[in-house]
Design a protein around this ligand. Structure first.
Ligand code: NAD
Ligand code: TYD
Length: 352
């Protein structure tokens, strides 16, 4: 079996759902259920014996130690993190705590567990760390896309904390021989994306008749990857990645933020036209820029394709249409998140 951390969040829950759709190998899901963790994402697995949910913190060494000894996983995949750049600007403390200290404690527990394994079990064990392209910093318009060998130059408290966690993971391999794999991925989008991030926020605000906030001039560029493609890349790296290696994961889909929002508006205009017949584009509002806003991210995912044969299945056009349709079909999920109802349930289930 495998252990996934942060499996009630956006990417982690997509990963767990796809994992269970593709194999009978059980998964234990350790998640603290911060504001970003939502068990409603995993409703399809209710009563499914292959999925066990454990509420807890990756920084809780004793809890993780017990969990590993009890379940004896063949791999631990670390998705758990504080993940929103804007929140890291307003309050970096949680980012330092979970992304750095939490990853450290998790690594310590995993190191102890791995040290107790023997023979085939020890040789086959993997720790896969899910990270971001933001650790590489910001690119100029005509710079080549990020490669695995690029220098780290994180600019936000979020990316700095992820960079620190990547360094710890690397050091545990180099120093202790822990068999680690690291993936650095570009911006994801798709089902169960918390509506504080650009794409789900704009879909939600558009339908609610609210402004679509564009930071600065909206010409910042991100590479976008459909979340299911990211999950497939992680499965492939887990299966065949070389120990100690880093793999960049991206969609070959560089888009300026304003173009992304224009695309969303066009799809919504077609699928759910405004009552007054005008375009959702009229709701676009340029707002104050994010401090230290990185201008451009771009990923060269060539290594992953050459070495492990992974390529994204979705283009931006197919993925974004699927995403908008998913949000239109799952307004109850959006309602649960935006009203905070999912938090009430967590409170009833687990207490404060
Ligand atoms: P998310 O914020 O949606 O989910 C994070 C999950 O981790 C939540 O379920 C939360 O409850 C849980 N969590 C937070 N702190 C925890 C702790 N101390 N112990 C246990 N669980 C904890 O994030 P996401 O977008 O799903 O990102 C998942 C991972 O992928 C992160 O490591 C992030 O850095 C990385 N990543 C994200 C993107 C993206 O576009 N979203 C891109 C590249 C990499
Ligand atoms: P976001 O989804 O927060 O991801 P990240 O900061 O990790 O790239 O933001 C994506 C881009 O969209 C980023 O350049 C910031 C911008 N943005 C806006 O213009 N308006 C918004 O309301 C948000 C949330 C983001």
């Amino acid at each position: 079996m495998i252990v996934v951390t942060g499996g009630a969040g956006f990417i982690g829950s997509n990963f767990v759902l796809d994992w269970c759709a593709g194999t009978d190998e059980p998964v234990v899901n350790l998640d603290k259920l911060t504001y970003a963790g939502n068990l409603a994402n995993l409703a399809a697995l209710e009563g499914d014996a292959r999925h066990e949910f454990v509420r807890g913190d990756i920084g809780d060494f004793e809890l993780v130690r017990t969990l590993l000894r009890t379940h004896r996983p063949r791999a631990v995949l670390n998705f758990a993190a504080e993940s929103h750049v804007d929140r890291s600007i307003h309050g970096p403390g949680d980012f330092i705590q979970t992304n750095i200290v939490g990853t450290f404690q998790l690594l310590e527990a995993v190191r102890e567990y791995w040290g107790m394994l023997e023979g085939e079990d020890k040789a086959a064990f993997r720790f896969l760390h899910v990270s971001t392209d933001e650790v590489y910093g910001s690119l100029e318009a005509d710079d080549p896309a990020f490669r695995e060998t690029d220098r780290y130059a994180p600019n936000s408290p979020y990316s700095a904390s992820k960079a620190a966690s990547d360094h710890l993971v690397r050091a545990y391999c180099h120093t202790y021989g822990l068999p680690v794999l690291t993936t650095n991925c570009s911006n994801n989008y798709g089902p169960y994306h918390f509506p504080e991030k650009l794409i789900p926020l704009c879909i939600h605000n558009a339908l609610a008749g609210k402004p679509l906030p564009i930071y600065g001039d909206g010409r910042q560029v991100r590479d976008w990857l459909y979340v299911k493609d990211h999950c497939a890349a992680i499965r492939r790296v887990l299966e065949a990645g070389r120990v100690g290696e880093v793999y960049n994961v991206g969609g070959w889909n560089e888009k300026a933020n304003l173009d992304v929002v224009h695309t969303l508006c066009a799809i919504l205009d077609a699928l759910r036209p405004r009552a007054d017949g005008r375009s959702y584009r009229e709701q676009i509002a340029f707002v104050t820029d994010r401090p230290g806003h990185d201008r451009r991210y771009a990923i060269d995912a060539g290594k992953l394709e050459r070495e492990l044969g992974w390529k994204p299945a979705e283009t931006f056009e197919t993925g974004i249409e699927k995403t908008v349709r998913w949000y239109l079909d799952h307004q109850d999920w959006v309602q649960g998140v935006t009203s905070g109802a999912y938090r009430d349930w967590t409170l009833r289930q687990y207490g404060a």
